[in-house]
Design a protein around this ligand. Structure first.
Ligand SMILES: C[S@@+](CC[C@H](N)C(=O)[O-])C[C@H]1O[C@@H](n2cnc3c(N)ncnc32)[C@H](O)[C@@H]1O
Length: 166
């Protein structure tokens, strides 16, 4: 998440949306670290409760709002940064909404690409997993994507390259 927030180049005045916000960790961190407004949206009432508790615990109610909604029925006209950690099929379904974001808006995605949208940046990150024994760390590889609106289309021969989900 830290790397994705850095890739999003959040600046004062940005409005950060996390589509499928889970426990709200992204919107809470964005608000605390950058002092920006953030909106978390999730369809699952339990996840919404978790997010609201996280917002209260971190005292960022003045910056963060949490909505229980379907992300496909969302008005994204105020968003300037969108965070995604969704299955690639959902990312692709969101493209008509994301295409309408203001030029220069950034979209960052944890793990999954987005249809034929050509990323402006792809970062492969290796993180250490949970510590089991002192000398035994699991390694996890994460792929992080960034697009800037309006994005370019991927060349057709790049579509089936390894690591691309299509
Ligand atoms: C993998 S979690 C990501 C959580 C969070 N963004 C993070 O990075 O920690 C995906 C979340 O998307 C939510 N979700 C899936 N489909 C949705 C939809 N159509 N509308 C709103 N939320 C959705 C799920 O309930 C789940 O909490």
């Amino acid at each position: 998440m830290d790397k994705l927030l850095q890739m999003a180049e959040i600046k004062p005045g940005d409005i950060v949306y996390d589509l499928g916000c889970g426990d709200g960790r992204v919107v809470v961190t964005a608000a605390k670290r950058y002092g920006v407004k953030a909106v978390g949206v999730d369809i699952d009432p339990q996840r919404v409760k978790d997010s609201l508790a996280n917002v209260r615990e971190n005292k960022v109610e003045h910056l963060v709002s949490i909505q229980q909604k379907d992300i496909f029925k969302l008005d994204l006209s105020k968003a300037t940064v969108v965070f995604l950690f969704l299955m690639p099929t959902l990312n692709t379904r969101l493209m008509p909404q994301l295409e309408k974001l203001k030029p220069g808006s950034r979209i960052v995605s944890h793990e999954f690409d987005m249809g034929d949208a050509k990323p402006a940046q792809v970062v492969v990150l290796t993180t250490k997993g949970e510590e089991g024994h002192e000398s035994n760390f699991d390694s996890n590889i994460h792929i992080l994507y960034k697009w800037v609106v309006p994005w370019e289309k991927e060349a057709p021969d790049n579509k089936k390259k390894p690591g691309n989900s299509k």
